[in-house]
Ligand binder design. Sequence first.
Ligand code: ZN
Ligand code: ZN
Length: 307
Amino acid sequence: MTAHNHQYTNPRIDRPGAVADALNGEVYLDIKKLLWLGAMSLLGTVGAILTISLEAVLLFVLFTGITLCFGHSLGMHRRFIHRAYDCPKWLEILWVHLGTLVGIAGPFGMLRTHDLRDWAQRQTECHDYFSHSQAWYKDAYWQLLCSINMQQRPDIVMEPVIANDPVYQWMEKTWMWQQLPWALAFYWLGGWGFVCWGIGARIVVSNVGHWLIGYFAHNNGHRSWHVEGAAVQGHNIKWTSLLTMGECWHNNHHAFPFSAKLGLEPGQWDLGWWVLVVFEKLGLVKNLRVPTREDQREELKRLVIAP
Ligand SMILES: [Zn+2]
Ligand SMILES: [Zn+2]
């Protein structure tokens, strides 16, 4: 990024001459999402209640933590989408696979959904679907079970290094099936209890948690930065730092999307960042990006920090 840019722009979307409209679109029930989350909910509620054991719950806690931290936050979000640090390809593939296991979408689906929403939120106005501005129950229905048909959708052009990668193409096509080897291993280790808790309950809790954080992170919470001209601002949700692996510092993320470190102020715990620092010491990740003076830009206004 060149110093003192006027605005943050995403090179995958914001190209000169590109025309798109973030406001007009129609939200529709996405049958594929309904069937997927419906099946996982059966497994993760009825199945989980019938098969509950201490071991199964421990597996649920452990594997939810691993897939959210290494997979969703570090692999999918900070590396695959933002390229906020460098790492060997095998590690990137492993962590993106763990991110796919969270059960929201495949790598390309996650990237497109992320970029489209982030782009829409930075326009002067955008559809309520992107801003999470409907009542919580309607937003839950929209985000968990629906998709949006936009009148003029922007093109998202992925970098060839990921778009042409056969492993990621395969992961995208088979993202739901990526659970299968884990489900078989869990069944072998601990029967249906391990499958219901390690797959079903984990996917339901991860999906609902992801929506809840998205809902609050765009509606209320503390802010240090204001992105001028953007329809939607990000908010920090203090008490969820450990649960979200540091992803809850969403106001910082709107200000510095390319930063590998999300908890930027003193006291903002960022579990994902701590893990990256350990991996850096081990020599497995490098070039961790953090905001510098150069990243200060005209649209970004510092707010007075509340005590
Ligand atoms: Zn956001
Ligand atoms: Zn992001």
